[in-house]
Design a binder for this molecule. Structure first.
Ligand code: ES4
Ligand code: ZN
Length: 350
């Protein structure tokens, strides 16, 4: 099916008298825009890295660790997510984790990935900025030749820490010329509104970085408005709670603001009760610029292809919807216009 640049599709006609095709959905080329690299640490790799680094884990084995993956909210997930990072010690550890993600994402059809990392979560454990940034960046540097995937790095700041801490780390990243394309804002949302980071985002913009922020995951729709108006972000991570504010929905549609939605994450962190209750179909119907992403795939039950497969099973998304989601992801990326055109061609079967 042809998808035009504005996301609309050429009309399709089904040949009369033929049964509809029953075949596995084709793996669409797409961009993954909402992915925390530390959230790709699979339990097996956690044990492998612990052994390599001579660390004792507080779990007897994989089963005991996996049993902890029943979360009640964002904070209960974050506690385990930060604890498991203890195994990331050397540049090699960060590179191995990143390469494992790239290999799995390539199999899921990801052709461009924008990868967030949380430098403050490593600095606070005594791991240097150079170690974590260079480790991830070294794997990304060869992503095109190794996996046919373009990539870029997003430094995300922990909103439950102070703005001073974030400013210091941004200075450090700029001082070492870290190969980052953008900044993001993540961690515990409620009580840490976007406006707390106004100076950080102003400074990042001045440094020529692109801007995104988590908003409207657990926090209210007003945090989305604040992220747009006070921080000046171009993209909203999650954003599902915009559906509680009709005026905001209209604005997001008018301005084509990208929302990087993560359905399995929302189920596992109890933002929605079940996948069947997820607002994604309503968001698509409202004309919002939504994409499907995996967030922390090792923790939430799947990579981007798993997210698509489960959405498909519950909502019977049409090929039109699936292609629109893929096209939205490409249009919403921070890739060059040339790379976007290449990926859109690929999506349109060119
Ligand atoms: C996160 Cl799902 C989610 N929300 C906010 N911050 C995060 N960091 C890693 N995953
Ligand atoms: Zn996230």
């Amino acid at each position: 099916m042809d998808i035009f640049a504005d996301g609309t599709a050429a009309p399709e006609t089904e040949p009369a008298g033929e049964l509809p095709e029953v075949e596995a959905a084709r793996t669409l080329p797409l961009a993954e825009l909402h992915l925390h690299i530390e959230g790709t640490l699979q339990p097996e790799l956690i044990f492998e890295l612990a052994e390599r680094n001579g660390l004792a884990l507080p779990y007897s084995g994989l089963e005991e660790l996996r049993a902890l993956y029943e979360f009640s909210d964002l904070q209960s997930f974050l506690d385990l997510y930060y604890a498991n990072m203890a195994v990331l010690q050397t540049e090699q550890d960060f590179a191995d984790m990143t390469r494992a993600y790239l290999a799995r994402a390539a199999a899921a059809g990801v052709r461009h990935a924008e990868i967030m990392m949380d430098p403050q979560a490593h600095l606070s454990r005594g791991v240097s900025l150079e170690t974590c940034v260079n480790g991830v960046a070294s794997a990304l540097a060869t992503s095109v030749e190794d996996f046919g995937m373009s990539t870029l790095l997003i430094a995300a700041f922990l909103r439950d820490l102070s703005e001073e801490s974030a400013l210091e780390v941004l200075d450090g990243l700029l001082a070492i010329n870290a190969p980052i394309a953008a900044v993001g804002l993540d961690s515990a949302e409620v009580g840490n509104p976007p406006a707390k980071f106004e100076r950080l985002f102003a400074k990042a913009r001045e440094a020529g970085l692109r801007l995104t922020a988590h908003a409207g995951e657990e926090g209210p729709a007003s945090y989305i408005i604040e992220a747009l108006d006070v921080l000046g972000v171009e993209r909203i991570d999650h954003g599902i709670r915009c559906m509680e504010d009709q005026d905001l929905v209209e604005r997001l549609v008018d301005e084509r603001i990208p929302l990087t939605v993560c359905p399995l994450s929302n189920v596992r962190l109890r933002a929605v009760d079940t996948l069947a209750d997820h607002p994604l179909p309503a968001m698509l119907a409202a004309g919002l610029n939504v994409s499907v992403n995996s967030d922390d795939p090792a923790y939430f039950g799947g990579y981007v292809d798993d997210n698509f497969a489960q959405l498909q099973a519950v909502f019977e998304l049409s090929e039109f919807d699936r292609s629109r989601l893929a096209a939205n992801s490409i249009h919403s990326s921070f890739a060059s216009e040339e790379r976007k055109a290449e990926l859109l061609d690929e999506l349109n079967g060119g």
